[in-house]
Design a protein around this ligand. Structure first.
Ligand code: PMP
Length: 289
């Protein structure tokens, strides 16, 4: 496998970073997870924009223009013959001292990995997920804003641990006010009487690109789509609930805290949206040439 490291492609065995890299020492950096379908990179510009916004928010200067970064992603896919796959784009603060001071890190480190995607088991898409609300609340926006896709994922990992300990693969995270935020690695939507609702992105979630695309697709299909503050009650009494994410795409939630959602099976609207999303993901995007 070839890895893009710094400013060029190298063999995987040579893709090594310093143990003094602040990405490793402090989770100081930002990242993106991107999908390629049919030799096209889906939502590449949107991912690059979010990466640079995340970097800006943590005062990290990426030593490459957006165009150069897009080209580096395409080159990495080409070098690994990835036409359908998953791309991990990471920018760390770079090598520094053992102290926190990020200004002592001379240059941000860029890492791009393009690999085959590990899909969730098909069974989960057919039967839907069971999730639980966890005690770990999503980061307070004035601590680490969840809109920043930072390398510091401990908040989500703590939630994931609780979910797994409760026998679930995903969970519901609330914000510091007890409002619905998101899952540990996906955004959340509810459908009630044909109206599709998701929390606004300033309610303690990452502004997911799949989320944004699904809202666009649903509106184009004639659905009313709202961004509104949600309580757990809104999820419990919904007709359908689903999660969205680059890796998961659209997946039904059929049980939350032992409340069956709808009739306990993936719903009609969710299935329709998943079909429309797949069509879009397989036909749009930046060509890998
Ligand atoms: N929330 C969190 C915490 C995430 O890590 C992700 C990405 N896996 C998402 C939501 C979904 O974002 P996107 O649709 O851009 O992948």
């Amino acid at each position: 496998m070839k890895i893009f490291l710094g400013d060029k492609l190298v063999d995987e065995k040579d893709a090594v970073v310093s143990v003094f890299d602040h990405g490793l020492l402090y989770g100081d950096g930002v990242f993106e997870g991107i999908r390629a379908y049919n030799n096209r990179i889906f939502l590449l510009d949107e991912h690059i924009d979010r990466l640079y916004d995340s970097a800006k928010a943590i005062a990290l200067k990426i030593p490459m223009s957006k165009e150069e970064m897009s080209n580096a992603v395409i080159e990495t896919c080409k070098a690994n013959e990835i036409a359908d796959g998953y791309i991990r784009l990471v920018v760390t603060r770079g090598k520094g001292t053992l102290g926190l001071n990020p200004y002592l890190c001379n240059k941000a480190q860029i890492i791009i990995i393009a690999a085959k995607i590990q899909l969730y088991p098909q069974e989960l898409y057919e039967n839907g997920l069971k999730i639980v609300t966890v005690g770990t609340i999503r980061n307070h926006p004035e601590a680490i804003n969840p809109r920043i896709k930072s390398l510091n994922y401990l908040n989500n990992i703590m939630a994931k641990i609780e979910a797994i300990n409760a026998g679930c693969m995903e969970c519901l995270m609330l914000n510091h006010k007890g409002e619905v935020a998101e899952a540990s690695g996906d955004n959340i939507f509810a459908i009630k009487n044909g109206v599709i609702t998701t929390p606004p992105s300033n309610c303690g979630s990452l502004e997911g690109l799949t989320r944004n695309k699904v809202m666009e697709i649903a509106r184009a299909a004639g659905y009313e789509v709202r961004e509104a503050i949600m309580a757990r009650y809104d999820l419990y009494v919904a007709n359908e609930v689903f999660l969205t994410g680059t890796a998961a795409e659209i997946i039904s939630v059929v049980d939350i805290d032992k409340r069956e959602i709808g009739d306990g099976k993936p719903g009609k609207v969710t299935t329709e949206l998943a079909g429309l999303y797949a069509k879009c993901a397989h036909s749009e995007g930046t060509l890998i040439v």
